[in-house]
Design a protein around this ligand. Structure first.
Ligand SMILES: Cc1cc2nc3c(=O)[nH]c(=O)nc-3n(C[C@H](O)[C@H](O)[C@H](O)COP(=O)(O)OP(=O)(O)OC[C@H]3O[C@@H](n4cnc5c(N)ncnc54)[C@H](O)[C@@H]3O)c2cc1C
Length: 439
């Protein structure tokens, strides 16, 4: 017998589970279909040899939308904030990162004049209204506010750190600066990793009647008629739904839609480029240099941070869980072997001899961090979760007009759910009025 659902959510990551959580407030039947064996998407955490490894470095913005929405849903977010500071490296020379008040005044990177300029620029970032930057690329804005090479580099580092985007000439200044502001409010490294968010959302959803079918891919989404979709699954099963929320990337969505469906949004979806990077995730029995906790390259787009110094990420208390990361440019040619060498050499500088202490090590050369590189004008095309196909809604870290990363995923999941709830209310009140006797 064909299964019929009110709502099918494609994808069991942050966006899918947040959408499901808000929709449990209705009495609509909800199914989440997830292609992975494990739920969670990019918020997954793998437990290897008693160590908890997120899929690359994950930091939750304390002032971001994701945190406040997750708290609204009753999700506990336990962890600690890393201290501001660390080092910046250029040509094997190390400088204190001018991010904490002390390092600002002592760093060898800046001279007296540059120090004052950098403080002025930081104050500007804190007070600026990002809406005013909607027509500029990040590169244009950087050139406008900074005239020295070092201050420009520092702004680009902060931009990469806050957004993972490494294409200043392509990205929207509005989104990057807005994220920089949010990042300056601090981040949390979570105890047990981001899987703890997913597991709590999953358990709450199951208790409230949401069904989850993992290890199942949605091959096709076919809008059959008004209020009815046919979805074809990887086991060739067909299921029917009144509403579909798609939380996959835009290109996967296009592929799933029947070729006959040619919506205007398709052309925008096909142009979207992803934010990508390479990650080296490690657990070590100990750190050769325990004081080295955070570093970034000045020109080289590299990142290093020991997350276990702040979050509980192993069953024992002694080992260290850390991430070394390279921010890719969308035009980069990805050569896995040379990128792995680059990341390991960066780690050699920071933790010489680390190879002797490896408990577990994972290298991913080209991972999607965010499904959309935020470009000027994107927000106009993403105002609503509703698509041109009635009943089909989008969510995910690419689908939010003004946010990216977890903030984009979580806020778009909430928005899709709210739009469906509103649509149901409208339909129900229209039906109720139709049933009223004429006066
Ligand atoms: C290395 C790295 C570092 C990051 N760091 C941060 C950070 O510090 N701060 C931050 O806020 N964010 C960070 N992020 C981003 C954050 O993890 C993501 O934005 C968020 O998890 C995306 O959630 P989502 O639900 O939109 O997408 P996903 O998590 O990708 O979920 C989509 C789900 O859909 C499933 N799916 C796809 N196609 C189909 C199909 N046809 N049928 C069924 N299921 C399907 C996928 O398997 C997946 O589980 C990072 C991401 C990475 C990779």
């Amino acid at each position: 017998m064909t299964q019929k659902w009110d709502i099918v959510i494609v994808g069991g990551g942050l966006a899918g589970y947040v959408a499901a959580s808000y929709l449990t407030k209705t009495n609509l039947s909800i199914l989440i279909v997830e292609k992975g064996k494990k739920i969670g998407g990019r918020a997954r955490t793998n437990k290897v040899n008693q160590q908890y490894l997120n899929l690359g470095p994950h930091a939750l913005y304390k002032k971001g939308k994701a945190k406040s929405i997750l708290e609204e849903l009753g999700i506990s977010l336990n962890g600690k904030s890393p201290k501001l500071g660390g080092i910046l490296i250029e040509n094997n020379i190390e400088h204190a990162a001018p991010l904490s008040p002390l390092d600002l005044f002592t760093t060898s990177l800046l001279n007296g004049k540059e120090r004052m300029k950098w403080i002025a620029v930081l104050l500007k970032v804190m007070s600026i209204d990002p809406e005013k930057l909607a027509e500029q690329t990040f590169q244009q804005w950087v050139t406008q506010v900074a005239n020295s090479k070092k201050i420009k580099s520092l702004l680009r580092i902060l931009g990469r750190l806050a957004t993972y985007c490494n294409a200043p000439e392509m990205v929207s200044a509005k989104v990057i600066v807005s994220n920089m502001k949010t990042a300056m409010g601090g981040v949390l490294y979570l105890d047990g990793g981001w899987q703890t968010i997913i597991d709590q959302l999953h358990n709450k959803a199951i208790i409230l009647g949401v069904q989850v079918q993992s290890h199942t891919l949605v091959k096709q989404i076919d809008p059959v008629k008004q209020d009815q979709f046919k979805l074809i699954l990887s086991n060739d099963e067909e299921i029917h739904a009144k509403y579909v929320i798609c939380t996959t990337g835009p290109h996967e969505l296009n592929a799933m839609l029947n070729e006959k469906v040619n919506i205007y949004q398709n052309s925008f979806f096909t142009q979207i480029k992803a934010v990508r990077g390479a990650t080296l995730d490690l657990a070590l029995t100990k750190l050769p240099n325990p004081r080295r906790l955070f570093a970034m390259g000045i020109t080289d787009p590299l990142y290093y941070s020991v997350h276990s110094n702040y979050a509980r990420l192993s069953d024992d208390t002694k080992s260290a869980v850390l991430h070394v990361f390279k921010y890719h440019h969308p035009d980069d040619h990805i050569d896995g072997t040379s990128i792995k060498n680059e990341l390991e050499q960066f780690l050699d500088k920071l933790q010489p001899g680390w190879q002797q202490y490896v408990i577990t090590k994972r290298f991913i050369p080209n991972i999607t961090v965010n499904q959309r590189l935020p470009q000027i004008g994107d927000e106009q095309k993403l105002q609503r979760s509703k698509t041109e196909i009635p009943g089909l809604y989008i969510a995910g870290d690419w689908a939010s007009p003004n946010s990216i990363l977890a903030d984009g995923a979580v806020s778009s999941g909430k928005q899709a759910a709210e739009e469906i709830i509103l649509n149901e209310r409208r339909k129900n009140s229209a039906n109720y009025e139709r049933r009223l006797p004429p006066i």
